[in-house]
Design a protein around this ligand. Structure first.
Ligand SMILES: Nc1nc2c(ncn2[C@@H]2O[C@H](COP(=O)(O)OP(=O)(O)OP(=O)(O)O)[C@@H](O)[C@H]2O)c(=O)[nH]1
Length: 570
């Protein structure tokens, strides 16, 4: 962790601990008042529940902020109250005396907590550092070395990868590669497995090289071999991917994109629900210091509204909260269709397995028991959020291109349009379609056709802004949603993309060919609902095809007659 952020982490943590200490007298006063209300006769549900909540919070926060004596005393008192609440809810005179003793102990501890301020032993850490290591090394460097003992293959694949923006240097001798890596470190190496030096010479060379480098070199292995031993050798040499030959340039480019990713690793969004704002802020701080984005909510009733804006990968939830418990909130969320699969993890000092199990029954996904070390919190949250992203991605993305699928793009169009209507912003929808794609399939085969679609998907994804939404609408048709631009500006962007795509040289069976696409654009506010936008963009695309293809046309209401005339004359 850089010194500056480490300082601010410690500083923020110090402030949260201070806030906990500041609130301690108030909490204990409340506990005293509740104890005074309690008598040893009759059932007293409300004060019992409130008192239990206070001890429970003191137990959890005490542990989180490293005040072990507070945690221990509150824990005992909480346990006593738990037994009463689970039993006949009548409190005996000796028990009442015990609870008073605990409050007194806590009051005495309150006077000493200041000196405990320095006893925080939670380690500082930064998981981002590892995740960013390769990205940092490669941020300005798209140089790739490709090593294969077949010089023609190496030359050919290198040239194809140039089309995807990589500077690829081919090598066919292991010694030459070794010297090159030690002289100038590339962003990644693509390495064959079998060489004249041996059946595993590729991974052996990379493993040796890694021992001489500060950080292992990101490596993709390629081979005709598909046996377990070859794959194992590749993994042991820190291989990040393994591709069977024949290698497709587009797929290799995708892997290189992932390996040499220039952007930040995707940040997970975590919603923290805890009625104790200090504890919630503490978790937020821990998660943020490891590169996640968090949002804190103290009132459970606000959670559904906050989730509408904050696209959470996971909800971290307190178990005991006044008015609405964690399990009740989990149940509410599970009854909202969009949140059926949203991971919910409780964080609580509840250690009773039976009660944990009951809380999980309502559809939550896990339980983290307080006190939780920051490093463990980050690891647990990271793992679950990552899994959620993977599952969600399978549901919403097209498997060939990795772009949003048809249903998702329709959904996203609705959401983007509603947001632009609210904020009075412009929106453009472009429908684009590969020209004469049938003949690509007929001439070069379906697999080559797939490569063209993948290449177009990749061009759209990498060349458009992060805020633009790109999807595969179906077959060889793609949809792009751009906000904050008028139709002319969007046409300028799509035209530039169209020209770069036309310049890509595809190779199939030794034959080179090029592809183009046509596009239709429709803009909000001229078209003001999703189906009108789609229909108009589609009609403009149709006109573009009839106008000779390889062009982008903008839809206007006055064109409607022209479009229908074309439709009828075709
Ligand atoms: N390889 C491949 N082909 C696909 C896929 N989806 C649709 N196609 C093919 O795309 C072709 C589309 O052909 P047409 O609709 O006749 O249009 P076109 O040949 O592109 O001609 P224009 O659109 O008029 O320029 C059909 O042959 C489909 O089989 C896919 O996922 N992969």
């Amino acid at each position: 962790m850089p010194a500056a952020s480490q300082d601010s982490f410690q500083e923020r943590k110090r402030r949260l601990r201070a806030s906990f200490i500041e609130q301690l007298p108030d909490r204990l006063r409340q506990a005293r008042a509740l104890l005074a209300d309690l008598t040893s006769t009759g059932r007293q549900d409300e004060p019992l529940t409130q008192l239990h909540l206070i001890f429970h919070t003191l137990k959890g926060s005490g542990a989180s902020f490293g005040f072990n004596a507070i945690n221990a005393s509150a824990k005992e008192a909480e346990q006593m109250l738990r037994e009463v609440i689970d039993g006949d809810r009548r409190i005996s005179a000796p028990l009442l005396a015990d609870l008073r003793r605990h409050v007194q102990t806590l009051e005495e501890l309150e006077l000493t907590v200041d000196s405990a301020m320095g006893n925080d032993s939670h380690p500082c850490f930064d998981l981002r550092r590892q995740a960013n290591a390769d990205a940092e090394l490669t941020a300005h460097n798209r140089l790739i070395y490709l090593c294969d003992d077949d010089p023609l293959f190496a030359q050919d694949l290198s040239e194809q990868l140039q089309c995807f923006g990589y500077q690829v240097k081919p090598y066919h001798a292991l010694d030459d590669l070794r010297t090159a890596v030690l002289t100038q470190r590339p962003a990644a190496v693509i390495m064959d497995i079998i060489f004249p030096e041996g059946r595993d010479a590729g991974p052996t060379t990379i493993a040796e090289l890694n021992t001489q480098l500060d950080a292992p070199i990101p490596c993709i292995f390629i081979s005709q071999r598909d046996d377990f031993q070859a794959r194992l050798r590749a993994v042991k040499a820190n291989g990040r991917a393994y591709c069977r030959k024949p290698v497709k340039a587009v797929e290799m480019a995708e892997l290189l994109d992932q390996l040499t990713s220039r952007g930040n690793p995707e940040q997970y969004h975590i919603l923290i629900v805890d009625d104790d704002p200090d504890v919630a802020q503490f978790y937020a701080m821990v998660l943020e210091s490891s590169g996640m984005v968090s949002r804190v909510v103290s009132e459970p009733e606000r959670v559904p509204t906050v989730l509408e804006d904050f696209d959470a990968d996971l909800v971290l939830m307190d178990l005991y909260m006044p008015h609405c418990s964690g399990p009740e909130l989990a149940r509410v969320l599970r009854q909202i269709p969009g949140y059926l699969g949203l991971p919910i993890i409780y964080v609580s000092s509840e250690t009773d397995a039976q009660r944990q199990f009951k809380a999980l029954e309502v559809g939550a996904d896990g339980f983290l028991t307080k006190p939780i070390e920051p490093e463990r919190l980050v690891t647990e949250v990271h793992l679950r959020a990552e899994r959620m992203r993977t599952l969600r991605s399978l549901m919403i993305r097209d498997s060939l291109t990795g772009l949003f699928n048809h249903n998702t793009i329709l959904q996203l169009l609705k959401v983007a349009l509603a947001s632009c209507q609210r904020s009075d912003r412009r929106l453009c929808l472009a429908m684009i379609d590969v020209d004469r794609f049938k003949s690509v399939n007929d001439t070069h085969g379906h697999q080559t056709g797939d490569q063209v679609l993948m290449a177009l998907g990749r061009t759209l994804r990498l060349r458009l802004r992060e805020s633009d939404i790109v999807g595969r609408y179906g077959g060889e048709e793609f949809a792009v949603i751009m906000t904050g631009l008028d139709a002319e500006q969007a046409k300028g962007i799509m035209d530039a993309l169209r020209e770069s795509f036309a310049a890509v040289t595809f190779l199939a069976d030794g034959t080179e060919f090029h592809c183009t696409f046509s596009g239709g654009l429709a803009a909000f506010p001229e078209y003001s609902d999703p189906s009108a936008l789609i229909e108009a963009a589609d009609a403009a695309l149709y006109r573009a095809k009839h106008a000779g293809r390889n062009c982008i046309l903008i839809a206007h209401h006055q064109d409607a007659d022209g479009v229908s005339a074309l439709t009828h004359s075709s």
